[in-house]
Design a protein around this ligand. Sequence first.
Ligand code: CAA
Length: 257
Amino acid sequence: MSITVTRQERIALITVDRPERLNALDTPTLRALLETLRELAADESTCVMLLTGAGERAFIAGADISEMAEKSPAEALAFAELGHAVCRAIEEAPQPVIAVVNGYALGGGCEIALACDIRLASDRAVFGQPEVKLGIPPGWGGSQRLPRLVPPGIARELLYTGRRITADEALRIGLVNAVYPAAELLDRAWQLAQQIAANGPVAVRLTKAATRFGDEHGLAAGLAYERQCFAYAFTTEDQREGMRAFLEKRQPQFRGR
Ligand code: CAA
């Protein structure tokens, strides 16, 4: 299996498991990843997803170059559409998705990390959009998501040069939330996921939906959507439980409804 899923209660860890290719994504692996993301997105018992790469060297070293090398333009378009579908599945998943970047995140690997809600990196992580060095532009959203995440001039420099950056530089430009020693990264990621999963599941989903809506449709529409999310929360047991627990000075027991 090129994609594996490990669960800890309400958290699912997805691992791209092709270490002999530094977890580069070919069509079968991309399809398996898409299917896994869609299954977990539809699973109400999953509150947070973590995404990482197998082995100690790579998160995802990009799209599989040996598969791409002989593609026709029509095949390249289909491959770009599949990569975009994976990135959209991450963005549109109701749960937060955390990229756990344990090594190379290049090209399509960086683009998949960009689609995640949060990025944590090991001190060995290396990011970059080296597509131009292969004679192609980014194909899985890098030209759009990188300039929306980091200062646009820096994004453009990285996109035009294909320069690789270290985890420290990625932290400095805001590409990642935090950098940890490689041996600690996964534990730190589980801890962050647990912190999120301890909150009201509906509230976390509404919060992701509202931030996404504003990203897609602009501030005014995002604010209007946020008001609706806020009002909707008052139809849930979790809202009553969360506020009652505060007033009774105890931990809330959220049930996700
Ligand atoms: N596609 C296919 N195979 C890949 C790969 C990729 N993206 N990245 C690494 N591999 C393979 C290597 O070919 C090698 O296979 P063999 O053992 O059969 O030779 C194996 O993984 C190990 O890699 P290296 O021997 O190259 O390891 P290294 O330590 O010398 O270098 C590296 C590591 C710097 C990551 C280097 O492998 C590399 O530059 N990889 C390509 C990175 C890249 O350009 N990614 C972008 C792809 S284009 C893209 O993603 C388009 C898009 O927008 C969707």
